[in-house]
Ligand binder design. Structure first.
Ligand code: SF4
Length: 468
């Protein structure tokens, strides 16, 4: 969002593009030449939200810097999924507070899922008065106005109602190779441990015409990869009348012709045969699926409100493996959910043994304030949960290594996304199955899909060399 001149100056407001008056333009000039620093916690949704925030603040004159100490505006885009996220955010805010003591004009903003929690807003009002602006997940697009308001006073504006989907937002994308595209916001599943339906609101799908035109624009700009983003992408369109289903949307996105199409995250409940067929038959839809398990015990899955049993999950898993050639599947698993017994945990290990996941993100249950699981009786000692997690991780890591070893001496296509941190002469990128590969190759391979022979397999990455 650039401001060409006073007459044409405009700002995207909550529902529409509005012309702003001269006073606001004068206020906006306050930010010209100022620097901002943004720190992002959490999932891809937050990473993509940060791209929106960057565009908004750069549009009113701020320039990004790499250190909080050099910034006039510090923004923390927070996550509420894990309990320790709270400690991390307030730990970093302690540093900001210290900096602000020497530079009182510095503006500190907290936004994202944690800011959407009423208990956190109260904590900020009571105990963290140095924070200037708090905004939620539903009014990010309003940040320029909140900054203008802040010049006069501390601003806490966190709408509890999500409102309509807002179109026409622009992003300062981190990559020119790979782009995120939101296809929906929020979630209606209300898994009993999850804070997302409260912090991100009910499911709201974007209209497919808007999604497709965003992807077409990315294609024209030369993007090699697009990832369709949502809390539960398979449920896309179910909240709208006369809208495409997710498999239909995916097919139309595939038709646009970007070389690599991905999507996250899937809920097993909404994973249909039609979706499997679309992935299996479209060359540019990547054979990689993140299919959260959460628990292998049907009893615990019921307590979690996950809407599938162990057997139903395994049937779906087998169907995906059978129908999509060379598909890689990763998962999420929670250990120590309230009431989880050793027997329940053994069920989880059994599913992991059957599925031999390419990778799994494993966590000890941490209660989120306001969710049903927070009130469930939990008498398993933390030491027992930690021991279960260690046992699970041992198994998961063995299967990750085994899955990666299948690539040894194979030639794979890698989309090179940037320099590698494994050596000056190396770049890194991803296979179609989302395996991270470090390759000795010149920097001009960045942005290209390159043939690579795999020479070494580790648990979490592969090494390779370019095939000439
Ligand atoms: S489907 Fe995912 S985002 Fe939605 S409530 Fe369940 S865990 Fe949370």
């Amino acid at each position: 969002m650039k401001l060409p001149n006073l007459q044409e100056a405009k700002i995207r407001n909550s529902r529409e593009v509005q012309y702003i008056d001269a006073q606001i333009v004068r206020d906006l000039s306050l930010f010209k030449g100022k620097n901002y620093f943004i720190k992002t916690y959490g999932c891809q949704m937050n990473v993509h939200d940060t791209e929106l925030i960057k565009n908004l603040v750069e549009g009113i004159g701020f320039t990004e810097v790499e250190k909080m100490e050099d910034a006039d505006l510090v923004i923390l885009n927070t996550c509420a999924i894990r309990e320790n996220a709270h400690d991390k955010v307030f730990g970093f805010l302690g540093r900001c507070k210290h900096e602000k003591e020497t530079r009182p004009d510095m503006i500190i903003c907290v936004c994202g899922c944690m800011a959407q929690e009423p208990s956190v807003c109260e904590e900020i009002l009571d105990r963290h008065k140095y924070i200037d602006i708090v905004f939620g997940t539903h009014n990010m697009h309003d940040l320029p106005n909140l900054l203008i308001d802040k010049i006069k006073k501390t601003t806490i504006e966190v709408p509890s109602i999500e409102g309509d989907v807002i179109e026409g937002l622009e992003y300062t994308r981190d990559s020119h190779i790979s782009a995120w595209v939101n296809i929906m916001y929020g979630c209606d599943k209300f898994c009993t441990y999850c804070i997302v339906p409260y912090t991100r609101g009910k499911q709201r799908s974007r209209r497919s015409a808007n999604i497709l035109s965003e992807v077409e624009k990315l294609a024209l700009e030369g993007y090699k990869e697009v990832t369709l983003l949502g809390q539960n992408v398979n449920a896309y369109g179910k909240d709208l009348q006369d809208e495409l289903s997710f498999p239909e949307l995916l097919s139309k996105v595939s038709d646009i012709g970007i070389p690599r199409i991905r999507f996250v995250t899937s809920h097993p409940w909404d994973f249909t045969d039609e979706l499997i067929e679309v992935i299996a038959t479209r060359e540019n839809i990547m054979p990689y699926i993140h299919l959260p398990l959460q628990s292998g015990s049907s009893r615990i899955l019921k307590l979690m409100g996950r809407r599938y049993t162990k057997e139903e999950y395994l049937t779906l898993f087998d169907k995906i493996k059978k129908n999509i050639p060379n598909v890689a599947i990763t998962t999420d698993i929670i250990v120590g959910f309230p009431g989880e017994t050793e027997e329940d945990f053994l069920d989880t290990l059994e599913v992991v043994r059957k599925c031999e996941y390419d990778n799994a993100f494993t966590f000890i249950f941490s209660p989120r304030v306001g969710t049903p699981a927070e009130k469930m009786k939990d008498d398993t000692p933390l030491s027992e949960k930690e021991s279960r997690l260690a046992r699970l991780n041992c198994l998961v890591n063995d299967y990750s290594l085994k899955a990666n070893q299948k690539y040894l001496n194979e030639v794979v296509e890698v989309l090179v996304t940037g320099p590698s941190d494994k050596g000056e002469n190396k770049v890194c990128g991803y296979t179609d199955t989302m395996k991270l590969v470090n390759v000795i190759a010149p920097k001009d391979t960045i942005g290209k899909i390159t043939k690579v022979k795999i020479t070494e397999a580790k648990s979490f990455s592969l090494n390779g060399e370019v095939v000439r």
